[in-house]
Ligand binder design. Structure first.
Ligand code: NAD
Length: 508
């Protein structure tokens, strides 16, 4: 059964989408062809200089207007996202609308400060002045997944736009109506034509965008697709950020607040039904508190309510294929000796695409559930004898997206955080770094390349162009022609003084 399928109508491919909660049709829309993608990129390129020329304040005015529209029309947007993802309204506001408002507001307000020209004092070349300017790259291609269909499309778009680029956005084919809300929002804010274009379709459209001559690709999605995108970008010498999957560990120390840690584990693992790149997918808990922690986790898990309308906690799997991965991982774990403490089955009484939040113990790293991204509501718990074992196991993975550590000792927390090979670490909090706009966000190892968000992310949509200015306007420079033996000696004397004496080293 497909929640999205590609159909042919009047010689054109169309995406036909149904709700993962009710399986009722939502609608269909035309797939953008490769030629149309290339034309959109060409138009975006023509629109870019005028957009850049507006300056930070001019661009911010449109972004602030989009924010005002988002606030005013949020119920309408929530309806679209809820229909397409099956999530609760609360989760939609928390995961999509709140961070979208923050992204629009923050970058509108701060991009000028972060990307404004910077004078940098020269430590050595005192006869020169250095100005660092952040020049937009040009046209940014943004390709996004279905698990946060609105925010993951909006957030990179806002950053790229505020940096002075134009954007061609390709949202996931699984949730195209939520992705296209980004285009609607900016259109209604009066954004000049072709500054942001949404193209629709599956991998074919995405691949066409990567090859369409853009100046950067900002990709969020699976490792498998990320590799393909990275290969193409490498061949075409196009910079890219790849925000990919994870298998995030959680470490619970003996001195942790066990009630808070248990609540954090349940939220971290089951938020968005586990369809979150920074989901807690592995827990390592110190033996002495493992029973108490596990008891509280199971109690909280059993209290969660699956549903599709009104007030509920857990919605369906948005992408039906995800259920196959979940079932394969759980079956493999049980076959190899894991024990189920809760869940472990589809909740067909609620709907075909619902899976019960599941707690597993006696899991080992021989099981797929501890090695591959599950992307579902599964929480496997491992008892460890000490923090060293927790760290060793936490790092026993090909991924490195995020992690979380639970202890009352802040020094220990920071030491453990630095020991975990992950793009970001939260302490006494589940992985919420993506929502902290100031924090650079990205993965290590197979979890990604580059970072988005904050100052680092914003600068990533630019080329840092240094402009070096001569200060004194002398008629010539010592190093200019003619080259002579005297000049060589003089330069060597300078080297000897600068790096061979204490005063020189202090000055240099
Ligand atoms: P996916 O890789 O299947 O698809 C992502 C996007 O890439 C979609 O828009 C898709 O149409 C497009 N695409 C597919 N083939 C392509 C190709 N050959 N060239 C260009 N584009 C192509 O991922 P998904 O299933 O939509 O998303 C789930 C994955 O995303 C999970 O692994 C999750 O961990 C990851 N994710 C990562 C982050 C992060 O910030 N690190 C955030 C959210 C999701």
């Amino acid at each position: 059964m497909a929640i999205v399928e590609t159909v042919e109508s009047d010689g054109r491919r169309r995406l036909r989408v149904a709700s993962p909660a009710t399986e009722q049709p939502i609608g269909d829309l035309p797939v953008t062809t490769g030629d149309e993608v290339r034309a959109a990129v060409a138009r975006a390129r023509r629109a870019q200089p005028a957009w850049e020329a507006l300056g930070f304040d001019g661009r911010a005015a449109y972004v602030q207007k989009a924010l005002a529209i988002l606030i005013r029309r949020q119920e309408e947007l929530i309806d679209v996202i809820v229909r397409e993802t099956g999530r609760s309204r609360f989760e939609t506001v928390m995961m999509e609308i709140f961070p979208a408002c923050d992204s629009l507001g923050y970058y509108a307000k701060n991009a000028g400060r972060i990307l404004g020209d910077r004078k940098v004092p020269m430590h050595l070349l005192k006869t020169k002045k250095l100005l660092i300017t952040y020049r937009p790259l040009g046209v940014i291609g943004i390709i996004t997944p279905w698990n946060g269909p609105f925010i993951l499309s909006l957030n990179p778009s806002v950053q790229a736009l505020m940096a002075g680029n134009t954007v061609v956005l390709k949202p996931s084919e699984v949730t195209p109506f939520s992705g296209r809300l980004v285009g609607d929002l900016f259109r209604d804010a009066g954004l000049p034509e072709d500054v942001l274009t949404v193209v629709e379709g599956d991998g074919e459209t995405g691949a066409a965008l990567v090859e369409a001559g853009v100046d950067k690709i900002s990709f969020t999605g699976s490792v498998r697709t990320g590799r393909k995108v990275g290969e193409t970008c490498g061949r075409n010498l196009v910079p890219c950020t790849l925000e990919l999957g994870g298998k995030d560990p959680m470490v619970v120390c003996a001195d942790a607040d066990i009630e808070r840690a248990a609540g954090g584990a349940v939220f971290g693992a089951f938020m968005n039904a586990g369809q979150f790149c920074c989901s807690t997918e592995r827990v390592y808990v110190i033996e002495s508190v493992a029973d108490e922690f596990t008891r509280r986790v199971v109690e909280k898990t059993k209290a969660l309510k699956l549903g599709k309308e009104g007030e509920f906690d857990i919605g369906p799997m948005i992408w039906p294929k995800q259920l196959e991965t979940i079932e394969r991982h759980v079956a493999d774990a049980l076959e190899k000796g894991a024990r189920l403490l809760s869940g472990g089955r589809r909740a067909t009484e609620v709907g075909n695409l619902f899976y019960e939040p599941t707690v597993l113990v006696d899991v080992t790293h021989d099981m797929a559930i501890m090695r591959e991204e599950t992307f579902g509501p599964i929480l496997p718990i491992v008892r460890v004898k000490d923090e060293a074992e927790a760290l060793r196991l936490a790092n026993d993975t090909v991924y490195g997206l995020a992690a979380n550590v639970w202890t009352k000792d802040e020094d220990k927390a920071i030491r453990l955080a630095k020991g975990i090979f992950a793009g970001s670490v939260c302490v006494n909090e589940s992985a919420i770094t993506y929502g902290a706009v100031e924090a650079p966000f990205g993965g290590r190892r197979t979890s990604g390349v580059g970072q988005v968000n904050g100052e680092t992310g914003l600068r990533g949509y630019c080329f840092a162009q240094p402009i070096l200015l001569d200060r004194f306007g002398t008629k010539d420079e010592h190093v200019w022609y003619p080259y002579t033996a005297d000049k060589t000696k003089m330069l060597q004397r300078v080297i000897g003084w600068l790096w061979g004496t204490r005063v020189g080293r202090w000055l240099g």
